[in-house]
Design a protein around this ligand. Structure first.
Ligand code: BGP
Length: 458
């Protein structure tokens, strides 16, 4: 039996835009996903858009009962900026305040630790139309929004989160075209990344002023970049991939400064963002109290085979190729590698290089396409998910025994939810969602997870 430390948190993560859905008269404004879907529904799997997410807005009372039924001692969701302040920087929507207060109160009444994220890829469209995160005005609007959240909900939230995986909208929106505005513009990408970091640091500052007793962190998708071999060229490729993928937010968020080598590369390619010297003081002085770590799959890279064409737009892949390791273990239902040891390596890296900062594993999970084929006697028999969780928990446990400062494990996700361009393609939940009827049914993993939580191990 593997036992976790007393008080270790067990639960799951979801987000507002992926679970709430929209109801006529709810006062929510459009965010970039609402707009993009209205313009290009064909980009979204089965043309299911953000309006039809898992109806948490109307089912939350029942869903919070399911948190208890699946053994949650912690739950993470996000506030939708476009619900609270529909145009991003104007009036507060009173219906949103009532909704979130009721949700948070009910979670608290069950004795569940509540983690609330302020931003999960969802920019109000009015701000996007003014240039979005390329503009400093968006930073200021975000900080105002964050302060409204701290003031309206600070009494109910246990831990705040400034952003979820901030590198993803940078890559998706400005390099690889899977988030709006889906352009290819590395200079804008660097500016957006910088403004997001500044917004996060300023929100940390505001939170510490308004709710000094509350911890605030940032959620990063961290994976070490594993080199193909120990050849110096492969090792260099991995070091640079990690600068872009992880250290671009990890270092300023935890250490208060950017890695010199990243600055050097950005300067070399004329990609340095515009900034004010005093911003760097703000970033330096307002590091996070804890980290959320999302981990699904490792990043494996090799030295690039080819040199970039001088006229090609800049991509981080000028410095590395993605690499598929022969014999890797796969989740064939999602097309992602499974590498449990990644958790241990992340934990060791945070322990050694980031002063053993407190952290929570805020996302880890197994997406499965066509999961209904695993239904037997009315229940999804997701033994593969149980094995996936156990494998990762074993590595996490080993790291904790050796001194890692991890305080909890949150699975992605609670109830199958909508996921950006993938919509409902990949199912991740402990609870199955019937898209036709909106009925919720606990999967085998949901029952197992309750036992895991009750036993504080397996
Ligand atoms: C994470 C995001 C989540 C969720 C998850 C699964 O990176 O934080 O919002 O989408 O990935 O992704 P997918 O459904 O594409 O497999």
């Amino acid at each position: 039996m593997i036992h976790f430390p007393d008080g270790f948190l067990w639960g799951s993560s979801t987000s507002g835009p992926q679970s709430e859905g929209r109801l006529s008269g709810d006062g929510k404004g459009d965010n970039t996903w609402d707009y993009w879907f209205s313009q290009a529904p064909e980009k979204f799997h089965n043309q299911i858009g953000p309006e039809n997410t898992s109806t948490f807005y109307t089912h939350y009372q029942e869903d919070i009962d399911l948190l208890e039924a699946t053994g949650h001692t912690a739950f993470r969701t996000s506030i939708q900026w476009s619900r609270l302040i529909p145009d991003g920087d104007g009036e507060v929507n009173p219906l949103a305040v009532t909704f979130y207060r009721d949700v948070f109160q009910r979670v608290k009444d069950k004795g569940i630790t509540l983690l609330v994220n302020l931003y999960h890829f969802d920019l109000p469209m009015v701000l996007e139309n003014k240039g979005g995160w390329t503009q400093r005005e968006t930073v200021l609007a975000y900080v105002r929004y964050a302060k409204v959240c701290f003031e309206e909900f600070g009494d109910l939230v246990d831990r705040w989160i400034t952003f979820n995986e901030p590198i993803v909208p940078v890559e998706g929106g400005y390099l690889y075209q899977f988030h709006y505005p889906a352009v290819i513009d590395a200079k804008a990408a660097a500016q957006v990344a910088y403004h997001t970091q500044l917004a996060s640091s300023m929100a940390v500052q505001a939170s510490h002023e308004i709710n000094p007793d509350k911890k605030i962190g940032i959620v990063l998708n961290l994976t070490p970049a594993y080199p193909r071999s120990q050849h110096p060229a492969d090792v260099k490729a991995a070091r640079i991939a990690e600068l872009f993928q992880a250290k671009s937010f990890l270092d300023p968020s935890v250490k208060g400064e950017y890695p010199q080598e990243l600055i050097y590369i950005l300067k070399k390619h004329q990609l340095m963002p515009t900034y004010l010297p005093e911003d760097l003081e703000v970033i330096k002085a307002n590091t996070v109290d804890y980290l959320g770590v999302n981990y699904y799959q490792p990043l494996r890279v090799a030295a690039p085979k080819h040199q970039a064409h001088p006229d090609s737009p800049f991509f981080p892949e000028f410095y590395y190729d993605h690499y598929e390791m022969p014999g890797r273990k796969m989740n064939p239902h999602r097309g992602w590698e499974i590498y449990e040891r990644g958790i241990y390596d992340i934990a060791k890296n945070l322990e050694k290089e980031y002063s053993n900062i407190e952290w929570i594993l805020t996302e880890n999970g197994m997406g499965v396409e066509g999961e209904e084929k695993f239904r037997q006697d009315g229940i999804i028999q997701d033994d593969y998910r149980i094995e996936f969780i156990k494998g990762h928990l074993s590595e996490l446990h080993k790291a904790i025994e050796e001194g890692a400062n991890c305080q909890g494990y949150l699975l992605w996700t609670f109830i199958d939810c909508w996921s950006w361009l993938n919509s409902y393609k990949n199912r991740y939940g402990l609870v199955e969602l019937d898209l036709e009827t909106q009925e919720r049914r606990i999967k085998k993993s949901g029952k197992w997870f309750k036992a895991l939580s009750q036993n504080n191990g397996f």
